[in-house]
Design a protein around this ligand. Structure first.
Ligand SMILES: Cc1cc2nc3c(=O)[nH]c(=O)nc-3n(C[C@H](O)[C@H](O)[C@H](O)COP(=O)(O)OP(=O)(O)OC[C@H]3O[C@@H](n4cnc5c(N)ncnc54)[C@H](O)[C@@H]3O)c2cc1C
Ligand code: FES
Length: 336
């Protein structure tokens, strides 16, 4: 069966102002409704000042509760794409988005769901909350940190959910402007007797690191990283001066061009593709966003880190080229 293309066009049907700095874009994909899971994201391909850029945005909608597909974008000071989207994209405009990606999803359990959000990290947390409340009997407890009251996204949506699920939903707000940055003690006090629940974290790296280290265990932790991630324990990838290993070849197919280069030990497929003179798509280069996703058509590779692809996508042969180091001397990878 033919694989669906990674990118498709979608029309913006509505734009919902959420806060002075954040907007929800309601999207109608041209190839029909997207099948997605609460907590997943799409990567947008946009051209800003002549440069093709890729950025990922989580769904704020949930398939269990929303007929429309929604993503919510918060302005990042100085940021290329968030500012472009907020300042240029209106109803009737078209964007290019990937199919839904990501593993920040609900699992089948009755355990309570504890969500921890910082800033725009509340986007997938809202999606998960709506899905868990509508489709399960789980309790949902949220600790939402924001700079100040004006920057708190989805306040009305959560008020509505609190009215509808008063016995199953708790939303605790933390405003830096009032209480300073959130502390380990505040996180532990919030967790209380629910340490064994499922913990979903999304926010700036410093917030994530603090919450992760504060969680007492033994609950399962799910983390969605929007930006930088902690460094890997492994050695960094091969510098350009590393000699090629004997015999192996990395072949890359991109936009109808097929290029091969000798394999270098420790080099990722993305690095090999660039060395071959190609311009493959990428964004985070940290295994988070799947912009660099491609299909291995022969050979094998190991991912150093994978925060984006599902087990099914891995079984189908997809890799994150920014994290994939070939295991076999020869490997062929197709970005189409
Ligand atoms: C899986 C995933 C899901 C996400 N979901 C969401 C979501 O739902 N909502 C949301 O709002 N965001 C989300 N993000 C974040 C989003 O993808 C972007 O990273 C974010 O919008 C910033 O992109 P940008 O192009 O505006 O900023 P960038 O241009 O990437 O800049 C980021 C920061 O770097 C600084 N910077 C840029 N260039 C330079 C330079 N040359 N020198 C010094 N500093 C520089 C900028 O000033 C800015 O502070 C998600 C990210 C991931 C990986
Ligand atoms: S570039 Fe983001 S996962 Fe590879």
């Amino acid at each position: 069966m033919a694989r669906p293309p990674l990118f498709q066009r979608a029309t913006v049907t509505r734009v919902v102002p959420e806060t002075p700095d954040a907007r929800t874009f309601v999207l109608e994909p041209h190839d029909g409704p997207l099948r997605y899971r609460a907590g997943q994201f799409c990567t947008f391909r946009v051209t800003v000042n002549g440069d093709e850029l890729f950025r990922s945005y989580s769904m704020s909608s949930a398939p269990e509760t929303d007929g429309e597909l929604m993503t919510t974008v918060k302005r990042v000071p100085g940021g290329a794409v968030s500012n472009w989207l907020l300042d240029n994209l209106g109803a009737g405009d078209e964007v290019e988005i990937t199919r839904p990606i990501g593993r920040f999803c609900l699992r089948d359990t009755d355990l309570p769901l504890l969500g921890y959000s910082g800033g725009s990290g509340i986007t997938p947390i809202l999606s998960l909350t709506k899905a868990a409340l509508a489709a399960t009997g789980r309790r949902v407890r949220l600790l939402c940190a924001d700079r100040d009251a004006d920057s708190a996204i989805f306040a009305a949506a959560f008020d509505d959910l609190l009215r509808r699920y008063p016995d199953r939903l708790e939303v605790r707000r933390h405003l830096d402007s009032v209480g300073g940055l959130i502390t380990t003690a505040a996180v532990r006090a919030f967790v209380g007797d629910d340490a064994a629940g499922d913990h979903y974290l999304c926010g700036p790296e410093a917030f994530m690191a603090l919450v992760e280290s504060a969680l007492p265990g033994p609950g399962q932790v799910f983390s969605e990283r929007f930006g930088d991630v902690p460094p890997l324990p492994e050695e960094p990838s091969a510098p350009a001066s590393t000699p090629a290993t004997s015999g192996g070849t990395v072949t890359v197919i991109l936009k109808g061009r097929k290029k091969s280069v000798p394999r270098r030990d420790g080099e990722t497929v993305l690095e090999s593709a660039r060395r071959a003179g190609l311009s493959p798509p990428f964004s985070c280069e940290q295994g988070n966003c799947a912009t660099c996703m491609a299909l291995v058509t022969s050979g094998r590779a190991t991912l150093r880190r994978n925060e984006a692809l599902t087990e099914e996508e891995l079984e189908d042969g997809y890799i994150l080229t920014c994290q994939a180091v070939p295991d076999t001397p020869d490997i062929t990878v197709d970005y189409e």
